[in-house]
Unconditional design. Structure first.
Length: 686
């Protein structure tokens, strides 16, 4: 570049002297000038002088240009030799990928197979025609491998003009001069060892697992001391073999808790080969004959910045596993949480120890507070209302100021009916029910918030109350998801319970002997159980009937509950119409569509449709869909052949083994059905 500019600079004096020579010749060497010989001689002399100066300039320019040229040649030759002998593989290609020049190192990648004339895309399959076409002076990086080696290939475009001197180089015949297009330079770095080191480092990271034998107490209850010790050592032996098979170590923390340390690289083996399921099966066989079937939960933490953080991840993961009913593996890898196993359907715990402990610790927390705000989920149902009422009664028994937070635009019909009945008795405070806004105004430092029948902060009656509260207690029977409320002082989440009303009614038995339920209160709690169990047909365990018996003893009338929960004729008509148009998919799944515009409470209607359809012989799961604004809501039910929670989770929702739901944004009902069918067709479902 510089040489060409220098050439141009030398041309300026040449032009000047030529113009001067012409001027002198024309002005003084013309016939008119002949009269004065002095002027004529001056003209001729000046003319010759200018010519001489011109010639001098030209000679100077030639000499200087030759000197510079020699210098450039030296540099270019050196550059060329540098490229030729460099240990970094280097090649020039056309935009098409055809190699026009390559150094020895490049040739040796493929033992000379890929040389001039061959296409670089054949050598590095990750380099596409498009990436060659798009190459600019800014290098783009393509990672590619060839015969087990990993290369980082930098592609950059070199303008042909910049390298016009390549043609002067020794191998000039190898570059086709006629091609006027740009060349793409490929610089290849062998990163095989670096990648291997990275992978080794990643895989040797420590994973911490916390193992919990979910129902150790129940399993060992029926056994004598000798059998318990046999069971203990059997479990320990199985788990240490499990650990050593995965090159890890295991340590017993408590009688039913273990810590597992292993390399991250073994995590996949644990979840993929189902070795976990195998152990559970073996332990189960060993304890055959006891009434309780054995389950185990594992929480694994990986990729914490420190060991402490990894351990915290493991604790969170285990809590999630237990919160979801146990019998599964939860892995927390940084922010990502994945769930494995847990398709058995949850086993009901027969012990009421937890209810008693939670009742007592709730009492302690409540004791130091003045005001209690009790909040269920949006679109309050009877379970949510009944649970809130139970907590309300506990708070009143301790002379606390209590409020049930209910927004009038977020209630189901039976709740509206119940509120009317409570107000009509005149036995309760006028401020028993308050709106979310009023609650926010009243909430102060001496207040606590009790969240019932949900643990996802997004679906609360008044989500702002969660932000406002620093003392929160949660009572729920829904599985814990990723959006669950954090930092609660008391968290009693029991996915094995049929309903929150069942849990709260159990707690009431232990909370205070002086609490005597009135007929309407017992009936409210019973109604919550009836709704959530769909008339004692799903999620119903021995404890559910125990609680029902307790409520009946307190005066609950089943006929009241039946009347409270009766549907309007128009609702029944809508449900029947939707059922008539149900599609039966794969002989096992019932899928019904419902037009939300014809019902005042379409979400309640689709739940009713799904409930009705699951009563059909041969149907493993039922689904009812409706579109509200831009969201398609799906309500799903099963009995025990299919886990609808897993199905709804795959569509972004959640719930229980036999009752779950989801919302899909921005699709039509038919598109949502297609997605649902794709999940139903997926092989890993059963
Ligand atoms: Mn509920």
């Amino acid at each position: 570049m510089e040489r060409r500019t220098a050439k141009k600079l030398f041309l300026i004096p040449v032009y000047v002297f030529v113009l001067l020579a012409i001027y002198f010749f024309i002005v003084y060497a013309t016939p008119s000038s002949f009269v004065t010989s002095d002027l004529f001689i001056f003209g001729i002399v000046s003319f010759i002088a200018c010519l001489a100066a011109t010639v001098f300039c030209i000679i100077i320019s030639k000499v200087s240009s030759q000197n510079e040229r020699k210098l450039v040649d030296v540099v270019k030759t050196g550059e060329y030799q540098f490229m030729q002998t460099n240990i970094t593989p280097l090649a020039f290609c056309e935009r098409s990928g055809s190699i026009v020049w390559a150094n020895d190192a490049f040739r040796s990648i493929s033992d000379g197979h890929y040389d001039v004339g061959k296409n670089i895309c054949g050598l590095f399959t990750e380099i596409t025609k498009q990436s060659l076409h798009d190459a600019t002076a800014d290098p783009t990086i393509v990672m590619s491998s060839y015969e087990g080696k990993v290369y980082q290939v930098k592609l950059l475009c070199v303008n042909k003009n910049d390298y016009e001197d390549i043609k002067d180089l020794k191998d000039e015949e190898k570059i086709d001069e006629k091609k006027q297009s740009d060349y793409v330079m490929a610089i290849c770095y062998d990163e095989t060892e670096l990648e291997a080191a990275k992978l080794a480092l990643e895989n040797s990271k420590l994973a911490i697992g916390l193992i919990n034998l979910d129902n150790y107490d129940e399993v060992s209850e029926g056994l004598d001391e000798f059998k318990i010790s046999v069971l203990r050592s059997f479990v320990e032996r199985k788990l240490s073999r499990f650990a050593s098979e995965n090159s890890g170590v295991i340590k017993r923390l408590e009688k039913d808790k273990f810590m597992l340390l292993l390399d991250v690289s073994h995590i996949n083996t644990i979840t993929e080969t189902k070795s976990y399921a195998q152990i559970v099966e073996e332990i189960r066989n060993e304890t055959a004959g006891t009434e309780n079937s054995f389950t185990m939960s594992i929480g694994i933490g990986i990729s914490g910045r420190t060991i402490e953080e990894t351990y915290d991840y493991a604790k969170t993961a285990l809590n999630l596993a237990l919160g979801r009913g146990g019998d599964q593996i939860v892995i927390k890898n940084g922010k990502d949480v994945s769930f494995h196993g847990g398709r058995e359907g949850t086993k009901e715990k027969t012990k009421r120890v937890r209810a008693r402990i939670k009742a007592w610790s709730f009492k302690e927390v409540l004791d130091i507070k003045e005001r209690v705000f009790i909040m269920g989920h949006a679109n309050a149902d009877v379970d949510s209302f009944g649970a809130a009422l139970g907590i309300y009664l506990m708070a009143l028994s301790m002379d606390k100021e209590a409020y049930i937070v209910l927004n009038s635009d977020s209630l189901t019909a039976p709740v509206v009916e119940l509120m009317k009945l409570y107000n009509e008795t005149g036995q309760y405070s006028e401020k028993m029910f308050i709106s979310g806004k009023a609650a926010l105004d009243l909430f102060n430092k001496n207040s606590m918030l009790v969240v019932v029948d949900h643990n996802n902060e997004k679906i609360s009656q008044e989500p702002k109350l969660i932000e406002a509260a620093d003392t929160i207690a949660i009572f729920d029977h829904h599985r814990v998801g990723v959006n669950s409320i954090q930092g609660a002082v008391i968290s009693y989440i029991e996915p094995n319970a049929s309903s929150t009303c069942e849990m709260i009614a159990e707690m009431l038995e232990y909370f205070d002997d002086n609490i005597k339920l009135k007929k309407l209160e017992a009936e409210t709690l019973l109604a919550g159980i009836v709704v959530d169990t769909n008339n004692f047909t799903s999620q119903t365990g021995a404890r559910t009937f125990d609680v029902a018996a307790f409520l009946k003893q307190n005066g609950a009338e089943v006929s009241f509950v039946r009347k409270l929960l009766r549907e309007n004729f128009s609702e029944i008509k809508l449900v029947s119409e939707a059922i008539t148009n149900t599609e039966i998919y794969n002989d096992s799944y019932a899928i019904a569509k419902f037009d939300s515009s014809i019902s005042s409470q379409p979400l309640v209607t689709i739940a009713l449709i799904a409930n009705e359809l699951i009563e059909t012989r041969g149907i493993k799961a039922s689904f009812a869909l409706t579109k509200i604004e831009d969201k398609v809501h799906i309500s799903a039910r099963s009995i025990d052949e299919v886990n609808v929670q897993v199905i709804m989770e795959k569509l972004g929702g959640g719930g229980h083994h036999s009752s779950a739901a989801t919302q899909i944004e921005g699709v039509s009902v038919d598109e949502a059905i297609d997605r649902l069918k794709a999940v139903l067709d997926s092989p890993d479902l059963v």
